[in-house]
Design a protein around this ligand. Sequence first.
Ligand code: TXA
Ligand code: MG
Length: 359
Amino acid sequence: MVDHTPNKPTLTNIMVTELLRTDNEVSTREAINRAVATLQSGEVVALPTETVYGLGADAMDPTAVEKIFAAKERPHFDPLIVHVPHKNAYLDICEVPAEIKHTIVQLVETFWPGPLTILLPKKGIVPDLVTAGLPTVGVRMSDHPVFKKVVKQLGHPIAAPSANRFGGLSPTSADAVLDQLEGAIPLIIDGGACGRGLESTIVRVLPPEAGPKPIIEIVRPGPITEDDLKKWGKVRFAKSNVDVESNAPEAPGQLASHYAPRTPLRVLSDPKDFSPEPGKKYGLLSYRGQSKDGYVDLHEWDEVRVLSPGSGRIAEAGIRFFSAIREMDQLALDELVSEPLPERGVGIAMMDKLRRASA
Ligand code: TXA
Ligand code: MG
């Protein structure tokens, strides 16, 4: 029997979670002021970014950062991304090795503010708690209007992982945050649905190996794609860096099982492999919703969610991805079945997540 009850907080962390809207100039200004005051008082706040909602705390305050780990029930070996208030602010918290400096500047100038996180050696002022004791820190500058104002007004970097319980679906709306963190955090700023819908691409830059081009290693695929990056270096994907035995990231990045809805999920690589069990309810996650793809007519699905109806646009599918899975996860189905998505553009990130969700 599948347990469909939402991940409600445990008794140890019951508090009232306030949700502030940003639907006009006045409410937006009030929400931003409240978010900044809450961060200054050493508390956490869920904030909209252009990728997914983040759970933010003042990155320089270990006591505040600890509350992120507590609210998310996140293990301390999993490091946090730090969001900077302006383009050059990464220089305050990172050491940039001379041999990759030029490339880092190019990436920052090209992709910030935006969904690119860069791993760089950290300076001593970054608390070890933020980086899980690693010598590197992931930095990015968000392009969301509300997030940008909050971090600018705070004048400090904000540590912010995705605002979900550890291992759960990344939230792309304030409601999705509330679902997972109500009672565990004091404040959510509602900035509407996230424009990108998938977490930032994470890269590390390495000096050239052969030839003149530096290596850009994609640690987590996301909205900034291999194609976008290849102008600036030789792009490759990092090998899986997970110790399968302990499921702990050796030099972290991502865990094998992650992004999981409560309902079991599987990717159906070949429609012929589907043999439904009688009496069970199945939901289909479809790319284009077209019969000729071989999935829509395969079964009398109890629910179908289409990521990009018609001819299919991979970026559009990315925007709907987490919200579509979340919707179906709330419908008391026995299993979610996903079509394989085209592995190009953000399709690579979605397939990566689907594989982890089904692990
Ligand atoms: O779009 C995003 O990146 C969102 C928004 C809120 O900014 N944030 C986000 O954070 O996705 P999180 O914590 O859910 O995912 C960050 C990933 C984790 O898998 C973590 O292990 C990895 O980045 N990470 C962070 N710092 C790292 C480091 N120094 N080395 C290797 N991996 C790191
Ligand atoms: Mg996350």
